[in-house]
Ligand binder design. Structure first.
Ligand code: SF4
Length: 277
């Protein structure tokens, strides 16, 4: 349903969300505002601590202090909202607003992605072309296992290190953003989203074959630009496909086709039977 929202609008939405996310990350390092909201003296705040109640840890009341809300917002609001969006609006909407996917495309927007030199054997002419992951490479065959492993490390890391430790969470998020930008420089298309992002298995689990309000790519559409397919806006406001075929079949072009294509592959069985909530 939301696949038809113009790219211009979605681009602005992505900017707002990316800036909001960067502000949240900044607040994990320096936050003079939200501790004030959790202070018991800020009587009107819904986040204020209630010092009358006692939270017992091993029989002793825990001493509560005002705290920054950045990590709580991230884990308690943003992450569950992502899953909610996947279920309701489908994968196509999430992929068009994801701030991490947006940041991974920075070098594409700047026209500075890595290119490799290729000499045409017939004509002897030199060409430069974008670099793509080959289907028969190790990563092409095993990216889902890698993504599941990264998801597992991320989830365990949350429990062990950065669930409430704001500094470590901030560093972790900056490292993730840096990795996405680096992959976006090295490889064409949405290589970060397709081959590396640990959220991709979550998106496939909840968003395939389709969300409640997903558009359907293969039924009755007259447009060549479907779902969350890569696209660019022309100066006259029309849109063109910007697909460089970084993955096939591509979940951004047709999530249902991608689902039925993959359902019998061992890696996807691992995902569907091994995804434990
Ligand atoms: S639409 Fe094309 S370029 Fe974009 S992710 Fe899919 S295959 Fe890659």
């Amino acid at each position: 349903m939301l696949a038809n929202i113009p790219e211009k609008v979605m681009h602005r939405v992505r900017w707002v969300l990316a800036c909001g996310w960067l502000v949240l990350i900044f607040s994990l390092f320096y936050d003079p505002i939200s501790p004030w909201l959790t202070s018991p003296d800020t009587t009107w705040s819904p986040f204020k601590l209630n010092l009358d109640s006692c939270i017992q840890v091993q029989g002793v009341c825990l001493e509560e202090q005002p705290y920054g809300l950045g990590a709580s917002f991230f884990w308690g609001l943003i992450v569950p909202s992502g899953v909610f969006m996947l279920l309701i609006f489908g994968h196509e909407f999430w992929r068009r607003i994801c701030p991490l996917g947006f940041m991974s495309q920075i070098f594409r927007f700047l026209g500075k992605q890595r290119q490799k030199k290729r000499v045409d054997k017939k004509t002897g002419k030199t060409h430069y072309e974008l670099v793509k992951i080959k289907n028969n490479s190790w990563l092409g065959k095993n990216h889902l296992k890698l993504q599941l492993a990264l998801l597992y490390v991320g989830v365990c890391g949350r429990l062990l290190f950065y669930d409430s430790h704001r500094l470590i969470l901030g560093l972790f998020l900056l490292f993730t953003i840096g990795s996405a930008i680096l992959v976006g420089y090295l490889y064409a298309g949405k290589t970060w989203c397709q081959y590396f992002c640990p959220m991709a298995p979550v998106q496939e689990f909840y968003g395939e074959p389709r969300g409640l309000l997903n558009s359907v790519a293969h039924e009755g559409q007259k447009t060549l630009i479907t779902q969350s397919m890569c696209r660019r806006e022309n100066s006259d406001g029309t849109e063109n496909s910007a697909c460089v075929a970084c993955n096939s079949p591509c979940i951004d072009i047709d999530a249902e086709r991608s689902y039925w294509d993959a359902i019998k592959k061992p890696d996807y069985k691992l995902l569907y039977y091994g995804y434990a909530g």
